[in-house]
Design a protein around this ligand. Structure first.
Ligand code: NAG
Ligand code: NAG
Ligand code: NAG
Ligand code: NAG
Ligand code: NAG
Ligand code: NAG
Ligand code: NAG
Ligand code: NAG
Ligand code: NAG
Ligand code: CU
Length: 605
């Protein structure tokens, strides 16, 4: 239907009969895409780099679908790296094989290989996204998934006038490459923020893991792939969003950055938040948004300021103290069109004329935890919530960093010659290499994982103390899962620790979204903090920020069989092992059971 018309093929050939049956009664469609993962030359900040892209586009193609549709994405790997793709936030009900994290639900697609991801979108609307889930390829291998309401339904807010198909055009170089090409007036724009490295991000993390050091930070932040005009050589390539006076625009923000939580604002305009992580929320107005990597936020922005150009800008929210981070600022320009539809001023000219710069938004300080926490706390479910209960598994997971001593005879690059690491409940997740966890579980492959991930921390300590005893800093390294029966109700307290340094951890659970009952600072204390649980209208999210030196409590029903990765969405932390896996058993009958593995599931050996 939408883009990539050339890739459409006959549905009957490629889709299993079971899905066709499922689609029979609905007005659903099947969307076919081909994603060719390949090296592409891209110029940014005066440097031409070979980066890994999908179909030569950076950011990658947008997938558009309606709630209830099915997707078939044929991923062909023409790059020199192993790759997998994750469809971030898609529930993947009964289709865990299509979830993507390497060695959790599949072995990687090796260079020259291919794999077709088949899955449905069920009861999700708004913005989600897709990204590579292998090494650090997601730095450049990512794109948006826009989920429209079902045919005949509409948004639960005033339609941003008429609906227009928007083709997000991305060439790899040149002037105004992100200027949206629209069939009519622009009503809907996509805004992803990311990071740019002058070096190959895969090399950055490989070097860091080899030496034990902190990986280098990115050289620029980006909006739709462009750093914006505050960086060298980047002025002409700034992303421009055309808007028309009086009109309401739906902006869909995705934080696709690897390691940067981001404050975002638009000068002269307030925004009304309407959805997050593919779920509608109670509306609220905000001048500044904060998105952690993995999160999405949909906002309505009415072009009600005097016609002109206005900066959109984003910079980091950095909660860790004494750390190096990408402290640059990325910009885009909101450009009003005059009544004839011509840009009020060619943005490049406006920017070139340094005597008359567009207005700039006031962003909070990098370390403004109050602003970040206040924003995150405003989300409420748009509809009344019937919370699942009673709780079958009360889980308490610590999340945080750590250090290993340097092995004798080696030189290590971590603090004072150590090796940086991270863990949950003192287990630093080791990614298997021989088989995926899901295949190992179903085929009984021994010694890939153990089902003894602890329900509570092995040692109780003052998790957020000023200084935690050094004896506690070294976790164990293992591949452990927590196994539950189909339909169990899980409540998870995620408690940040101050080992090495305390930091906000955006925690993502694959295969689920969950109610965020509460977040807070200090050590979670059920007697005191249960009173703060929102049992009325908690938001449903797929990624929640565990506040720096604090905690978050989430609840969900394990109604999706499979192996589901739980991890910090700061890529450096995940690379260090801040992850674990929920293994959810099949229930009764086909509707509660995982579908059989696809025939083309990539082999491990
Ligand atoms: C990584 O960062 C270190 C320390 O800031 C710097 O010396 C080094 O040149 C950087 N490496 C690369 C490849 O950018
Ligand atoms: C947002 O601000 C607008 C303009 O001031 C106002 O009309 C609207 O009611 C506000 N919405 C919410 C949810 O507060
Ligand atoms: C960003 O960090 C660099 C290096 O630490 C520092 O020199 C510079 O002043 C910082 N810039 C801002 C805007 O904070
Ligand atoms: C830059 O803007 C100023 C103020 O509006 C104007 O006087 C000047 O002519 C402009 N210069 C150019 C080169 O457009
Ligand atoms: C944030 O950083 C500023 C300096 O950049 C410092 O003055 C302030 O105390 C810091 N605030 C917090 C809460 O750490
Ligand atoms: C590194 O050593 C210095 C000096 O002994 C000490 O102050 C600092 O706390 C140490 N840092 C870590 C992470 O061990
Ligand atoms: C835990 O550490 C914090 C920060 O140092 C301190 O304020 C608090 O009193 C400690 N709690 C306990 C129970 O010792
Ligand atoms: C983690 O496990 C290691 C190895 O058993 C132990 O030395 C360390 O104290 C534990 N730390 C915590 C926080 O439980
Ligand atoms: C790529 O995947 C294969 C098979 O799944 C695995 O054996 C190999 O170690 C992987 N290569 C890298 C560089 O991770
Ligand atoms: Cu983290």
């Amino acid at each position: 239907m939408e883009m990539d018309l050339k890739n459409h093929r006959s549905s009957s050939v490629f889709f299993p009969a079971v899905v066709l049956l499922w689609l029979r009664c609905a007005t659903a469609e099947i969307h076919f895409h081909e994603f060719v993962v390949q090296a592409t030359a891209v110029k940014r900040l005066c440097e031409t780099r070979s980066i890994i892209t999908v179909n030569g586009q950076y950011p990658g193609p947008t997938i558009e679908a309606r709630n209830g549709d099915a997707l078939v994405v044929d991923v062909v790997n023409r790059a020199k790296y192993n790759v997998t793709i994750h469809w971030h936030g898609i529930r993947q009900l009964r289709t865990a094989w299509a979830d993507g994290p390497e060695f959790v639900t599949q072995c990687p697609i090796r260079p020259g290989g291919s794999y077709t991801y088949r899955f449905r979108i069920e009861e999700q609307e708004g913005t989600l996204w897709w990204h590579a889930h292998s090494s650090w390829l997601r730095a450049t291998v990512h794109g948006a998934i826009v989920v429209y309401p079902k045919l005949g339904s509409s948004y639960p807010f005033l339609n941003p006038d008429r609906e227009h198909r928007v083709i997000l055009g991305n060439s790899v170089n040149g002037f105004a490459i992100n200027f949206q090409i629209v069939s009519n007036w622009l009503k809907l724009t996509w805004s992803s923020t990311g990071e740019w490295w002058n070096e190959d991000p895969v090399r950055v993390i490989e070097r860091a893991l080899r030496t034990g050091a902190d990986p280098n930070v990115s050289d620029a932040l980006t909006i739709n792939g462009q750093p914006g005009d505050l960086y060298k050589c980047s002025r002409k390539e700034t992303t421009v969003f055309p808007v028309r006076s009086g009109e309401t625009n739906l902006f869909r923000f995705v934080n696709a950055a690897l390691n940067s939580e981001l404050f975002v604002g638009v000068a002269g305009h307030s925004m009304t938040v309407v959805a997050a992580d593919g779920v509608y929320v109670k509306h609220f107005n905000a001048t500044i948004l904060m998105l952690a990597p993995g999160q999405t936020t949909d906002v309505l922005l009415t072009a009600d300021s005097p016609a002109g150009c206005y900066y959109m800008a984003a910079h980091a929210y950095e909660s860790a103290r004494d750390t190096t981070f990408d402290n640059t600022t990325t910009t885009a320009i909101l450009n009003y069109l005059d009544p004839n539809g011509y840009p009020y001023a060619p943005p490049a000219k406006v920017v070139a004329n340094r005597t008359r710069l567009p207005a700039f938004p006031v962003l909070p300080d990098f370390n403004d935890t109050c602003a970040a926490y206040a924003f995150a706390s405003r989300f409420r479910s748009a509809v009344p919530v019937t919370l699942p209960g009673p709780v079958d598994h009360h889980l308490f997971f610590t999340v945080g960093l750590g250090l290993f001593d340097c092995p004798a005879g080696k030189v290590c690059g971590g603090p004072n010659g150590t090796i940086l690491t991270a863990s949950m409940n003192n287990v630093s997740f080791q990614t298997p290499t021989r088989a995926s966890i899901l295949e190992a579980y179903l085929r009984g492959v021994p010694a890939v994982f153990t089902a003894d991930f602890p329900a509570v921390p092995p040692v109780r300590f003052n998790y957020t103390a000023e200084s935690v005893s050094r004896d506690l800093w070294q976790p164990t390294v293992a591949t452990k899962v927590y196994q539950v029966k189909y339909g169990s109700v899980l409540e998870v307290v995620m408690q940040g620790t101050s080992i090495l340094t305390s930091e906000d951890h955006p925690m993502h659970i694959h295969g689920y979204h969950f109610y965020v009952l509460a977040t807070g600072f200090g050590n979670f204390d059920r007697r005191r903090d249960a009173a703060r649980f929102n049992l009325v209208d908690p938001p449903l999210r797929n990624t929640v920020g565990v506040p720096v030196n604090g905690w978050a409590v989430v609840r969900f029903v394990a109604d999706n069989p499979g192996a589901w990765l739980v991890h910090c969405h700061l890529e450096d932390h995940m690379s260090w092992g801040l992850a674990m896996v929920f293994l959810v058993e099949n229930g009764v009958g086909e509707s509660q059971s995982l579908e059989p593995p696809p025939a083309d599931l990539p082999p491990c050996v």
